[in-house]
Design a protein around this ligand. Structure first.
Ligand code: OGA
Ligand code: ZN
Length: 398
């Protein structure tokens, strides 16, 4: 039996009605699923001809497409597991009905096998959804449970994780490639304050100051997708973590302050990471909606917001809109606040969540270790894991 154009196993999904109309194969299933498949797309997905058997990747350079390719016939085999399609040049190709059904039901889309995002406010919870981090390395069920919460709510905490300073790296490596930056693959957040109270650091993060609601590295074309902050020591007072769901804040802004929403989604700022030997810049709006289907990217970190990149007449309304946005994000309606305990790993979507911290008193140690990992890697891990747990035939989480 020829393989499918991927590496998954499918159950047969016998088709109720099959018809061929020139270049189109039309399929209907008893459950209401319907698929119109074009001859060229079917040809590209013919394993052994349009798709390579070992890589399961496409082989057809579009320059070589025969645009008038059409279909002559399509019949189901006796088991209902396959449909054999005959092309106009007499080529017979067989397609698995489970694979065709997964396309008909949209499980092949970018959001396939990922949990839907659920916006939240402080009326939903006062602490982030929390999981045990003690035995999580190598525990695939525990990992995917935590990651699914992270994708759903944009924040999920581990508690009682090991205090090994490199635990964050080990955790990230379970999911995919760590996103390195000029701060290194794993970086420290700790106050380096001298006796005169001055911080010797190139980042506001390494002072004892409050950090208002923000996202890290808006200075990048694509800011890191996720951030894991691992607390390995905390003897200070204050320094509580704060977090608000930026998606919920953006939704409220859009309905309650449409003029500010308009300003924040269109007026651009230049974000700027400055330091000896580095000069990272990006220009974008505070609420960056990207193209259709892009994940929300909030660019909000006043320490690195450098210059307005807009018509000067727009500057006053850009400031007015930012003020309201930041006030909403830190208001009791949206922002939860909770202490950092050694062994906590606060994981969050760095482009959707607005995180921060309260001011803390220097004197005791407070030491966080952070890593970034991109959306792509976490989503790939989640799709592959969720698919293994829920085969496509059981309906899966789409
Ligand atoms: C940061 C940051 C949070 C904290 O370093 O960007 O948000 O609790 N730190 O110190
Ligand atoms: Zn931060």
């Amino acid at each position: 039996m020829s393989p499918t154009p991927d590496f998954y196993q499918y159950d047969a999904r016998p088709v109720a009605q099959i018809s061929v109309e020139h270049q189109w194969l039309r399929l209907d299933w008893e459950d209401g699923a319907h698929l119109a498949a074009h001859a060229l797309w079917l040809f590209e997905n013919t394993v052994g001809i349009g798709t390579d058997v070992s890589t399961r990747e496409g082989l057809v350079d579009p320059a070589n497409l025969r645009l008038d390719m059409s279909l002559c016939d399509a019949v189901a085999d006796v088991t209902g597991a396959r449909i054999v399609v005959t092309f106009d040049d007499a080529l017979d190709a067989s397609f698995h009905t489970g694979w065709l059904h997964h396309v008909a039901t949209g499980q092949h889309k970018a959001e396939g096998h990922l949990p839907s995002q659920v916006p939240w406010t402080t009326s939903d919870f006062s602490h982030p959804p929390s999981h045990d981090g003690g035995q999580i390395l190598g525990a695939s069920e525990a990992l995917i449970g935590w990651v699914n919460d992270l994708l759903t709510f944009g924040v999920a905490r581990l508690q009682n994780a090991p205090l090994d300073p490199d635990f964050g790296l080990r955790l990230g490596e379970q999911l995919g490639a760590i996103r390195d930056t000029n701060f290194g693959p794993i970086w420290d957040v700790r106050a380096d304050v001298d006796l005169a109270g001055r911080a010797d650091t190139n980042s506001t993060a390494n002072t004892t100051l409050r950090l208002g609601p923000h996202t890290d590295l808006p200075t990048r074309e694509t800011p890191p997708g996720f951030q894991f902050l691992h607390c390995i020591a905390n003897e200070t007072k204050g320094g509580w973590s704060t977090i608000a769901d930026g998606q919920a804040v953006v939704d409220a802004l859009q309905s309650e302050h449409p003029e500010h929403y308009d300003a924040l989604t269109t007026l651009r700022w230049i974000f700027f990471n400055r330091g000896p030997g580095i000069d990272h810049r990006w220009s974008g709006p505070i609420i960056d909606l990207g193209v259709t289907g892009s994940p929300l990217t909030i660019r909000a970190f006043y320490p690195v917001r450098g210059f307005p990149d807009m018509d000067p007449v727009d500057v006053p309304r850009a400031y007015a809109a930012m003020k309201v946005f930041s006030q909403l994000a830190s208001s009791p309606r949206f922002e939860i606040s909770f202490p950092f305990t050694p062994g906590d790993v606060l994981a969050f979507d760095n482009r959707r969540m607005l995180h921060g911290r309260t001011e803390f008193t220097a004197g005791g140690r407070r030491h966080l270790r952070g890593i970034y990992i991109d959306h792509d890697d976490v989503r790939s891990f989640a799709r592959a894991s969720n698919r293994r747990r829920q085969p496509a035939s059981s309906g899966g989480t789409i």
